[in-house]
Structure formats: C-alpha cells, structure tokens
Design a protein around this ligand. Structure first.
Ligand code: AP5
Ligand code: MG
Length: 216
C-alpha cells in the first residue's frame, strides 16, 4: 500500500504514522524527521534547513524533492510506503507524481486528518518529543509514565523549537496558504479520505484501519 498522510501541523500525523507503519509493516517517511536528523548531524542539508524550520517556514521545494526521490528509490519502499509531511505544496505534489511514474508506482490513498485550529494550538504547545527515538508525547493528552522520559527507549524529551507560539502561528498560516490546496488536488484525483482527527488517539487509529483495510 502506498499511503500519503495530509493534515495541518499538530493534527497527529506522526502519532498515527507510527501506529500505521507498525500495523501494516510500511516504512514511515517523515520529511520533518529527516530534516531534524540532518540538523542534528550538522549536514549541509541540515544547515540549509535550520533557519527555515526554526521560524516555522517551509524548506525550499527543490531540497525536499531531492530527499523524496532518494528515499522512495530505496528497496524498503518497494512493497509500500507511508509519507508524512510530504508533499506540502502543489509543486511538491507534481514532483511526487513524476517520481512515482518513473518508479512505475501509484498512490493508493491520501488520508487527510482534519482538526480545528484551537485544538491544533493546544496539541502543539504541549507536545514533547523523544530526542532518541522521535516518539511524540503531550503533557496533558498523552503524557509519558515518567515526567520528561520516553516510555519506549528512556530517552530525554524536549520541546521542538517550532512549537513556540510565534512559530506555531506562522506554521498554521503557511499551512492554509500552501498546503491546504492539496486537499482539493487529491480529491480531484479521487484519492482523498477524510479522517476526523478530533477524537482520541486510539479511536482515530481504529477509523484509519477501517479505511485502509479496504485497500490492503
Ligand atoms: P513536520 O515535522 O512535518 O511538522 P508539521 O507538519 O508541522 O507537523 P507536526 O509534526 O508538528 O504535527 P503532527 O501532525 O505530526 O502531530 P503529532 O503526531 O506530533 O515539519 C516540521 C518542519 O519541517 C516544517 O515546518 C518545515 O519547515 C519542514 N518541512 C517538513 N516537511 C517539509 C516539506 N515537505 N516541505 C517543506 N518543508 C518541510 O501530534 C502533535 C501533538 O498532539 C503531540 O503532542 C501528540 O501527542 C498530540 N496528539 C496527537 N494526536 C492526538 C489526539 N488525537 N488527541 C490529543 N492529542 C493528540
Ligand atoms: Mg509530525
């Protein structure tokens, strides 16, 4: 299955992607995670991306398209993949179509996780992320067992720089302008399935499985 997850910042894409990827044994490709890893390792890509990401702006399309072309060509994607956070602009979506055609592949389904702005702000401002394995927690909605420590790998939890109030505001504005048009883009291709992201984490996953089981 070739799946794409759409949704605003804080909708729960990463949270659900982890569950989908485990349940259906699909590689989880998160461009945000790839960029953060490059920043952590101080690579050329990381150095270029850092100034955009800390302000909540999008990293230029050409960098993302190169990342995705390389990643989708790896052997672990040959039996399916789960894209999270790419595409975020129409040129990125057009490039994805081209890359998939070159690889003789197609998207099966686009899941759009729908959540209102007030809830997104609450989710982003309370998010904590494990520095070692990347698992997301929330101080109220999904707290770890030990304060500040990851349940899974015992790594230290931190707050993302772009989860500060100014960057959150910027990300939501940019989402509406540049990424939201992709909902119509994929609806026109009859690939779109809307998921109510306002429910609790497990219930959303149950809803997602009901949809995905039709394609599996
Ligand atoms: P990225 O890392 O992709 O960030 P994002 O899209 O802004 O989304 P988030 O990761 O913030 O949210 P999410 O939907 O994954 O939510 P999560 O599951 O963590 O990108 C970061 C930056 O990288 C971008 O701003 C850009 O600069 C750059 N970038 C990345 N891709 C790019 C691209 N293609 N083009 C250009 N630039 C790119 O959940 C959020 C919180 O809510 C957590 O605390 C979680 O525990 C909690 N939560 C989740 N579900 C629920 C629920 N149902 N109820 C209550 N709480 C919940
Ligand atoms: Mg994420």
């Amino acid at each position: 299955m070739n799946i794409l997850l759409l949704g605003p910042p804080g909708a729960g894409k990463g949270t659900q992607a982890k569950k989908i990827s485990e349940h259906y044994s699909l590689p989880h490709i998160s461009t945000g995670d790839i960029l953060r890893e490059n920043i952590h390792n101080n690579t050329n890509l990381g150095i270029k991306a850092k100034s955009y990401m800390s302000k909540g702006e999008l990293v230029p399309d050409e960098l993302l398209i190169t990342i995705i072309r390389g990643r989708l060509s790896k052997p672990d994607c040959s039996r399916g993949f789960l894209l999270d956070g790419y595409p975020r602009t129409v040129p990125q979506a057009d490039a994805l179509q081209m890359i998939l055609t070159e690889l003789n592949r197609n998207l099966d389904v686009v899941l759009n996780i729908d959540v209102d702005d007030e809830e997104l702000i609450k989710r982003l401002s309370g998010r904590r992320v494990c520095a070692s394995c990347g698992t997301s927690y929330h101080v109220i909605f999904n707290p770890p067992e030990d304060n500040g420590i990851c349940d899974i790998c015992k790594g230290v939890l931190y707050q993302r720089e772009d989860d500060m109030p100014d960057a959150i505001r910027n990300r939501l504005i940019i989402y509406k302008k540049q990424t939201e048009p992709l909902i119509e883009y994929y609806d026109k291709k009859s690939l779109l399935q809307v998921i109510d992201g306002g429910k609790d984490i497990q219930q959303i996953f149950e809803d997602i499985k009901k949809v995905l089981n039709r394609y599996d």
